[in-house]
Design a protein around this ligand. Sequence first.
Ligand SMILES: [Mg+2]
Length: 111
Amino acid sequence: MTQPNDPTQPSQITVAQIQQLIRERYYASDHDRGTGGTFLYFAEEVGELATALAANNRRRSPPTPAERANLEEEFADVIAWLCTLANINDVDLTKALTKYTDRDRVTGVKD
Ligand SMILES: [Mg+2]
């Protein structure tokens, strides 16, 4: 039976759980690499996401199933490396995200 917030159920994973999972798996090597080197990996993944977004938004041909799957992977990679940066810089992403979840703090709209 599925339990609430069971991290093995992808549809139920929380930001706190994914940040903790990344910490448990990679903290030692991430901390050893440091913020500078880790930011380069993060930036590389942002570039891969940009490439995937371009492949999924061509004007005249729809994405292939592989391109669609890759797009999802690249979003996940960016989030994972963002978690890594947060972990090695002692940032609690759930707490940071109250900037958006706290109605009193959410202001403005980008256009
Ligand atoms: Mg990637």
